[in-house]
Design a protein around this ligand. Structure first.
Ligand SMILES: [Zn+2]
Length: 65
């Protein structure tokens, strides 16, 4: 049996988009993939997607505004 893929590429589920990604940031045990992190920072309050992000974040991060 060949061992194979024992890598460091542990995938975690992004809170915002729900996809499993390797790269991202963990904020208070909440994982945000790189794309969503940047998205969140660049998305304006007027953007409909912003609500989606915030709603997801608040589930685990009540203080997030
Ligand atoms: Zn994401």
């Amino acid at each position: 049996m060949a061992g194979g893929t024992k890598g460091r590429s542990v995938k975690r589920r992004c809170l915002a988009c729900g996809r499993y990604r390797v790269r991202g940031t963990v904020i208070r045990r909440v994982f945000l993939c790189r794309a969503c992190e940047e998205r969140l920072l660049t998305t304006g309050v007027n953007d409909p997607e912003y609500d989606h992000f915030v709603a997801g974040l608040r589930k685990v991060w009540p203080e997030f505004r």
